[in-house]
Design a protein around this ligand. Structure first.
Ligand code: BES
Ligand code: ZN
Ligand code: ZN
Length: 458
C-alpha cells in the first residue's frame, strides 16, 4: 500500500532541515521526491510565472511518475497548492491539478497483452475544495473520451460502429441522438459525404446530438470532421506509416468530448453536435479526381484532389447547421498539413469571425487547448476557381493551404450564422509523454469547444 504525501517546499519538514532545503532548492524541476524516515514526499516548489497550464502539467508529471512507481495513493496536504500557486485562483488551481492528474495518467491499453492499468489515486485534504476537484475530474474524463476515440483502431471505430459508441456513451443522459444512415443521407442530399464514402466498405453516417441545458440560449452547432481513416483516396497518400490517419476523426472526437463535458457539468447552453462519419479510401467505386459534387445548396465542387476530403464532408454539415438555424457554428477538423507547418504541434489555428476568434483564443489560453487567430485572406479566395464547376476543392496556389481550406469552408457557411473554423491537424497527437499529455492522441478540442460554448452563451 505505497502512499505519498504532497507537500509545499516551505513545509517545516523541508525548510527546517538545511540538507533537505538545499536538496530541494537545487532541483531544476518544479517538484521532486524526498524520502524522510520511510515516508515518500513529493515537494512542490513555488512556481515562477505560474499559470493554470503549469498546474495541469505539474500534476500530470507527478501522476505519471508515481503510477510508474506503483504508488497507490497520493495525498495533497492542506493548503499546499494554494501556496505553490499563490497568484492563481485557488479553486481553479485545484480543478486544474485534478484535471492534469487524471490526464497525465491516461493510458490506452486495449491492445497490450500484458500491461495492466495502474493509476495513483489523488486525495485532497480539503473539504471545501472537493467540488473543484470533481470539476477537474469531469473535464479530464471528457478529454480522455476524446483520446479513446482517437486512439481506437479504424477497423473497430468506423462509420458504422462509431454512432453506436456514441449512443452507448450518452445512454441515459439528457441528450437526443439522431443517426442518419446512408438512405437518409441520400434523401438529405449530403452529397459530399456520399461522394467521399464511395470507395469504402462501410456505410457512412451523420450523427446529431442535441443538448438543451437552456433552450432560451442561442443555438450553437459544433461540427466535427469524422474521417475514421484517411488514405487520401485515389489521390493516395504516401509515407512510411500512415497509422495516425486513423485519428483523422479528431475533430469529431473533440465535439463528442465537448458534448460529454457540457452534459456532465450541466452547462446552461443550447447546443447541437453535427458529425459526418466516413472512411476515405481508394477502390474501383471511389470518387475520382475531376468529378463534380452538387451540394444541397446548389453549389458545385470539382474534386481536384480526393485527399482534400475533410472540407467536402464539412460542407454538408455546415449546410445542415443552417437548416437547424444555428446562430453560432464552430467546426473543428484535422484539416491540413499546412497548419502543422504554420503553427507546429502546440497550438491550433482558428479562422472566421475575428472578434469570436479572439474570444476563443482567450478560452484556450485559460484551459490549455491553445489556438491562434489566423486570417482568411480575401485575395486567395479566387484560387479555388474551377474550369467547369463553381469551385475546386483544392487551391491553385502552392502556399497558404490552411487559409484556402478555410476559405473553401466559408463558402458553405449559412448566411445568418457566426462561424469559426479550428484546424487541429498539428494538435492531433504527441510523439512523447510530457506534462498531462501522454504519447499519441491528445483529446484536443473537447475543453476548447465546451468552454467556448459556455462563454458565448453567457
Ligand atoms: N487529414 C488530412 C490533413 C492532415 C495532415 C491531418 C497531417 C493530420 C496530419 C487532410 O485530409 C489532407 O489530406 N489534407 C491535404 C489537403 C491538400 C490535398 C489540399 C493536405 O493537407 O495535404
Ligand atoms: Zn485527406
Ligand atoms: Zn483528412
Amino acid at each position: 500500500m505505497a502512499e505519498v504525501k504532497i507537500i509545499f517546499a516551505n513545509d517545516e519538514l523541508i525548510s527546517g532541515n538545511e540538507a533537505r532545503k538545499n536538496f530541494v532548492a537545487q532541483q531544476k524541476a518544479g517538484h521532486c521526491s524526498v524520502l524522510i524516515e520511510d515516508m515518500h514526499y513529493i515537494v512542490i516548489k513555488e512556481a515562477e510565472k505560474a499559470n493554470l497550464e503549469k498546474v495541469r502539467s505539474t500534476a500530470g508529471d507527478i501522476a505519471r511518475d508515481l503510477a510508474a512507481q506503483k504508488v497507490d495513493k497520493a495525498t495533497v496536504q492542506e493548503g499546499v497548492l494554494g501556496k505553490a500557486f499563490v497568484s492563481l485562483d485557488n479553486e481553479e488551481v485545484y480543478t486544474a491539478f485534478a484535471e492534469g492528474w487524471e490526464l497525465g495518467s491516461y493510458q490506452f491499453l486495449s491492445y497490450k497483452s500484458e500491461a495492466e492499468r495502474f493509476n495513483t489515486e489523488l486525495r485532497v485534504d480539503e473539504s471545501n475544495l472537493q467540488a473543484a476537484v470533481q470539476s477537474g475530474k469531469i473535464r479530464a474524463a471528457a478529454t480522455a473520451f476524446s483520446r479513446d476515440l482517437m486512439n481506437e483502431l479504424s477497423d473497430v471505430l468506423n462509420p458504422e460502429t462509431y454512432p453506436e459508441v456514441l449512443k452507448k456513451k450518452f445512454e441515459g443522459k439528457a441528450v437526443e441522438i439522431t443517426v442518419h444512415g446512408k438512405e437518409q443521407l441520400e434523401e438529405m442530399e449530403m452529397n459530399g459525404l456520399l461522394a467521399v464514402n464511395r470507395g469504402s466498405k462501410y456505410r457512412p453516417s451523420f450523427v446529431e446530438i442535441r443538448y438543451e441545458g437552456d433552450a432560451s440560449k442561442p443555438l450553437v452547432a459544433l461540427v466535427g470532421k469524422g474521417v475514421t481513416f484517411d488514405t487520401g483516396g485515389i489521390s493516395l497518400k504516401s509515407g512510411k506509416d500512415l497509422s495516425s490517419m486513423r485519428m483523422d476523426m479528431g475533430g469529431s472526437a473533440a465535439v463528442a468530448g465537448a458534448m460529454q463535458l457540457l452534459v456532465d457539468s450541466q452547462a446552461k447552453v443550447n447546443v447541437v453536435a453535427l458529425i459526418p462519419m466516413v472512411e476515405n479510401t481508394p477502390d474501383a467505386h471511389s470518387v475520382f479526381p475531376g468529378e463534380v459534387i452538387r451540394y444541397k445548396n446548389g453549389k458545385t465542387v470539382q474534386v481536384g484532389n480526393t485527399d482534400a476530403e475533410g472540407r467536402l464532408i464539412l460542407a454538408d454539415a455546415l449546410i445542415r447547421a443552417g437548416e437547424l438555424n444555428a446562430e453560432y457554428i464552430v467546426d473543428i477538423a484535422t484539416l491540413t498539413g499546412a497548419i502543422v507547418n504554420a503553427l507546429g504541434s502546440e497550438i491550433g489555428g482558428v479562422f472566421g469571425d475575428e472578434e469570436l476568434s479572439f474570444v476563443m483564443k482567450k478560452v484556450g489560453d485559460h484551459n490549455g487547448d491553445f489556438v491562434w487567430p489566423m486570417p482568411l485572406v480575401e485575395a486567395y479566395d479566387k484560387s479555388l476557381a474551377s474550369d467547369y464547376a463553381d469551385m475546386n476543392n483544392i487551391s491553385s496556389l502552392n502556399f497558404a493551404g490552411s487559409i484556402t481550406a478555410g476559405l473553401f469552408l466559408r463558402r458553405f457557411v449559412p448566411e445568418n450564422s457566426k462561424w469559426l473554423h479550428v484546424d487541429m491537424a498539428g494538435m492531433m497527437s504527441k510523439s512523447s509523454a510530457s506534462g498531462y499529455y501522454t504519447k499519441s492522441a491528445t483529446g484536443y478540442g473537447a475543453r476548447l469547444l465546451a468552454d467556448y460554448t459556455v462563454e458565448i452563451s453567457k
